[in-house]
Design a protein around this ligand. Structure first.
Ligand code: BTN
Length: 337
């Protein structure tokens, strides 16, 4: 159970609403009576009616009324834990899924859960974030049900020195999921921005708590622009969505399941074999690996140079124009003219 936080936002979605959603989604073509639903999920008919209203408010098109019964007009694209869990069998992400219709930031929720002992593999999903956080103190616009806003709690048995490679693991998983879903070839801008046609479609914010020799936990927050028809004005020049690039609507549920299955695969490979295969894969799929003109902005300075591969832990090497090679541990990377 999530401990109460100070936020006035609603808590995680009631598991019985989740059950109701799964029931309606599985029987999408039939009308199910309110009485039958009430019996199946163990609540009063009046409660079923109230929850149907909650689902409608969240954008699920449920037809019918208490007397005749209900059915779903269109398969809902809600990231319902029961529906997701079925697609994640055999991964550690199937068991502890915390779903919110609205929260401030899934990373903040996951940090709190991690601090209160939630195990490896728990995931936090929101249909909408009111204070989505990006890298370097930026915010992440998180409109209702347009994108995927998910945070994965990991407790990796690795040294904090390898944390940059863990960041690449998440980027590779997101890249492969988007490639599979769109049949396009997404690029990765180091460390883990995913680009389609040179515009950002996915961002990742990894936060962790560690001691010098061990990581207590890492929360990996992933935001993907999925079904936005157009981007907010301030992002239009630099950001895009899957829908804008492919011209069609995508199932967020299937995309999220793909993302988590790829994450499971890369994460296991990383823990078993170390960073080397991860770096090799990054070199295969990222145009930023080598020979890319870039502008780097760190807390200290901004400089230009050419990328020159990765160090063994996943840190980017950049050859400055004065000939000196720099290891970039963190900062913003932009393509330079
Ligand atoms: C970036 O600046 O590129 C990182 C963006 C990360 C956004 C995601 S959305 C889910 C998770 N919750 C947050 O508050 N941020 C991350």
């Amino acid at each position: 159970m999530v401990k109460k936080r100070k936020s006035p936002l609603p808590g995680p979605t009631d598991q019985r609403i989740d059950a109701l959603l799964a029931l309606l989604a599985e029987n999408a073509t039939i009308v199910i009576s309110g009485a039958k639903i009430a019996k199946e999920i163990g609540v009063r008919r009046q409660t079923v009616w109230q929850w149907i209203e909650t689902l409608r408010a969240a954008g699920v098109q449920v037809k019918g009324h208490p007397r005749t019964g209900y059915h779903i007009e269109q398969m809902p694209d809600v990231l319902a834990p029961q529906l997701l869990s079925r697609r994640l069998h055999g991964t550690p992400f199937a068991k502890r899924i915390f779903h919110f219709f609205k929260t401030d930031s899934t990373n903040s929720v996951a940090m709190h859960l991690a601090e209160t002992g939630e195990p490896h593999g728990a995931i936090v999903i929101a249909e909408q974030q009111t204070a989505g956080r990006g890298r370097s103190g930026r915010s992440w616009i998180s409109d209702k049900s347009a994108g995927i806003y998910v945070t994965i709690l990991l407790r990796p048995p690795i040294s904090p020195m390898l944390a940059p490679a863990l960041t690449l693991v998440a980027g590779l998983a997101a890249r492969d999921a988007i490639a599979e879903e769109t049949n396009l070839q997404p690029d990765i801008r180091w460390p883990n921005d995913i680009l389609l046609n040179d515009k950002k479609v996915c961002g990742i914010l990894t936060e962790m708590q560690a001691e010098p020799d061990r990581i207590h936990f890492a929360v990996v927050g992933i935001g993907i622009n999925v079904n936005q028809q157009k981007m907010h004005a301030e992002l239009a020049a630099i950001g895009t969505s899957l829908r804008i690039e492919t011209g069609r609507v995508h199932s967020r549920l299937e995309l999220l399941a793909r993302l988590l299955r790829h994450l499971d695969r890369y994460y296991n490979q990383f823990v078993a074999e170390g960073a080397a295969p991860i770096l090799r894969r990054f070199a295969e799929v990222s145009s930023y690996f080598e020979g890319k003109r870039v502008r780097i902005t760190t807390a200290k300075e901004t400089f230009e140079g050419t990328t020159a591969g990765l160090e063994s832990m996943g840190i980017l090497r950049v050859k400055r124009d004065d000939g000196k090679t720099e290891a970039v541990i963190s900062g913003t990377v932009a393509e330079a003219e």
